[in-house]
Design a protein around this ligand. Structure first.
Ligand code: 4NP
Length: 152
């Protein structure tokens, strides 16, 4: 059975599509499934933000086939690991958890870099392209560690 990983942000158009594409590129498809979702429903059905598409393309990752969807309760049973980008995403996802097992699947993405810091992937939506580059680098660092943990 494949190990399933879900990346979650607010809109599922900026940060979590990048996290999906970046982690997917670091893992063999035969053994892992990576998906993403947003806690909000405003952008359901849309392609990722063009600025996320552009920064990913720069590093050889194609996000154009992704479409935004909303996080749903059944994601807790579908996925083995749920990574959220910020504390607000964490609160929104945890509110839908029904069991301790559900809750234990949810972690802040950047906790893998330093568990003591509770660092967040900042929302780049209202900023410029520099914000997307910064977010790409943060997510990439975390996903390198996640991929090596999951493969070992
Ligand atoms: P994301 O960024 O959560 O990284 O996809 C956002 C995208 C859209 C909105 C907020 C955050 N919005 O309010 O529409």
């Amino acid at each position: 059975m494949k190990v399933k990983v879900l990346m979650v942000c607010l809109g599922n158009i900026c940060r979590s599509p990048l996290a999906e594409g970046i982690l997917q590129a670091k893992l063999p498809q035969e053994n892992f499934l990576v998906d993403s979702a947003g806690t909000g429903n405003w952008h359901v059905g849309e392609q990722p933000d063009s600025r996320s598409i552009e920064v990913a393309k720069k590093y050889g990752i194609d996000l154009t086939t992704q479409r935004a969807r909303q996080f749903k309760k059944s994601d807790f049973s579908t996925f083995d690991h749920i990574f959220v980008m910020d504390q607000s995403n964490y609160n929104n996802v945890i509110q839908l958890a029904e069991t301790a097992e559900d809750k234990a699947k949810v972690r802040l993405l950047l906790e893998v870099l330093d568990a003591t810091k509770k660092a967040e992937v900042p929302d780049p939506y209202y900023g410029g392209p520099d914000g997307f580059e910064h977010v790409y680098q943060l997510i990439d660092q975390a996903c390198t560690l996640i991929a090596s943990d999951l493969k070992s």
